[in-house]
Design a protein around this ligand. Structure first.
Ligand code: FAD
Length: 401
């Protein structure tokens, strides 16, 4: 470690990166290997805290099927170039070189076999080998342009650098060190910051529905959920606070307050035809029996109760069966809200990419100022895409910073 810098004599580095998270560490290893004297500054007490808590502690570190279609942005083409130049396979090769064991838990989604620590260790080892210095518990008080670079006043003294990379992440999980500092720097340098909101976040429900669904707490079932025509066929989980599980988290990124979400509880069934056939073949059977065949028993029971479905199918007219099919195939809910940044996995919005180079992540009229990772307006779907963006944008900037 370098000695602490004294306040009068700023310590000079070629590259300073603010934020020792996924994107910042990846960028630091890349600039370090290029022989650039690199310093990473972070105000938290440990690097990569979100990596450690990701994927339930096992870090879903990439998605083999990641494409630009897996990202939300006001400028959807922006992410294409970086994602093309650093692919999921590139990260897998890095992980393989370090002997990390992993598994494909769902199609394309790679998780550590053992612990998310393995991914953080890969990044820290790469930074060490590349000679990049990481200085934790350091708050950056101000950033100023010097003409040939940037001057940073920090709690550990003053620093100057030729290239400054902002990798401060989004606003989710403030207890892990998330701040809006990256947005402040962007605004300071005249960049637009698009409105931010929590993404990949559970929904909360209005009291009546919450109470009705209370008996279902802990039950999960595969659904097709959609909002603004974005469909996700994944499990939904009812919790004591509302609706969660991958399907709901995915939909939350497209949801705006006041919107309805639509849930097909039996996406694999032709519900109306099934019920008409069942009424013809077994007129005494009930809707609960049908639901029990296709849904977890507890869910079937509670949903049947919620809908007040009683009696044998022979008592249901065609129009009734149509309504039942509608209720199951298009269960429509108006969430009260989301759990917000407290539990959100990501932040939507952020630094407007229209003012950044998609090749280098640099500000168009400030070629030595870079924004990477979640601080920019690029947000991935659930399933390893957000880390893939952190790696790809970190490398894109690291190759030139
Ligand atoms: C619970 C949870 C689980 C997740 N699981 C997954 C997953 O399995 N797969 C996936 O792809 N994505 C996952 N994500 C999303 C993923 O963690 C982020 O998209 C990714 O970490 C973003 O990387 P980043 O480097 O841009 O930001 P971060 O990793 O958030 O790093 C930002 C760094 O900047 C530092 N910082 C912030 N403000 C300041 C400041 N003012 N001064 C100095 N330093 C500052 C922070 O301390 C932090 O170290 C998950 C997120 C959460 C919250």
């Amino acid at each position: 470690m370098a000695p602490p810098s004294n306040n009068r004599q700023p310590t000079h580095h070629d590259v300073i990166i603010i934020g020792a998270g996924a994107a910042g560490l990846m960028c630091a290893a890349t600039t370090g290997y290029r022989g650039r004297r690199t310093l990473v500054l972070d105000h938290a007490n440990k690097p990569g805290k979100k990596i450690l808590m990701s994927g339930g502690g096992r870090c879903n570190f990439t998605n083999l099927n990641s494409t630009p279609a897996n990202f939300l942005s006001d400028n959807p083409h922006y992410c294409i170039s970086a994602l093309k130049r650093y692919t999921p396979q590139d990260f897998v090769e890095l992980v393989d070189r370090h002997g990390v064991e992993y598994e494909e838990k769902a199609p394309g989604q790679l998780f550590c076999q053992d612990s998310a620590k393995d991914i953080l260790n890969v990044l820290l080892t790469e930074c060490e080998w590349a000679g990049a210095e990481i200085r934790m518990e350091t708050s950056v008080n101000s950033v100023t342009e010097t003409g040939d670079g940037y001057h940073l006043a920090t709690s550990a003294g003053n620093f100057t650098c030729e290239s400054l990379v902002v990798a401060t992440g989004g606003l989710s999980i403030p207890t892990m060190g998330a701040t809006g500092f990256g947005y402040d720097i962007a605004r300071q340098f005249g960049l637009e910051v698009l409105p931010t909101r929590a993404g990949l976040v559970p929904f909360t429900l209005h009291p009546e529905l919450k109470q009705q669904l209370a008996p279902l707490s802990g039950v999960s079932c595969p659904v097709d959920a959609h909002c603004h025509n974005e469909h996700f066929r994944e499990p939904m989980l009812v919790t004591h606070r509302g609706l969660s599980g991958p399907a709901m988290l995915q939909v939350s990124s497209y949801w705006q307050p006041g919107d309805e979400i639509h849930i097909n509880l039996l996406p694999a069934q032709k519900i109306q035809q099934d019920l008409l056939d069942l009424r013809r073949d077994k007129p005494q059977s009930t809707l609960l029996q049908y639901l029990n065949q296709h849904l977890p028993k507890r869910f079937a029971q509670a949903f049947n109760e919620l809908q007040g479905w009683r009696g044998p199918l022979q008592e249901y007219r065609n129009a009734d069966i149509g309504q039942v099919a509608q209720a199951l195939g298009d269960w429509t809910i108006k969430p009260a809200g989301t759990e917000g940044y407290r539990t959100a996995e990501v932040t939507l919005g952020g630094v407007d990419t229209r003012q950044l180079s998609s090749k280098t992540m640099a500000v168009q009229d400030q070629p030595n100022l870079f924004f990477i990772g979640e601080v920019v307006d690029v947000t991935g779907h659930l399933g390893g895409h957000n880390f893939q963006w952190a790696w790809a944008s970190g490398v894109a900037a690291g190759n030139v910073a």
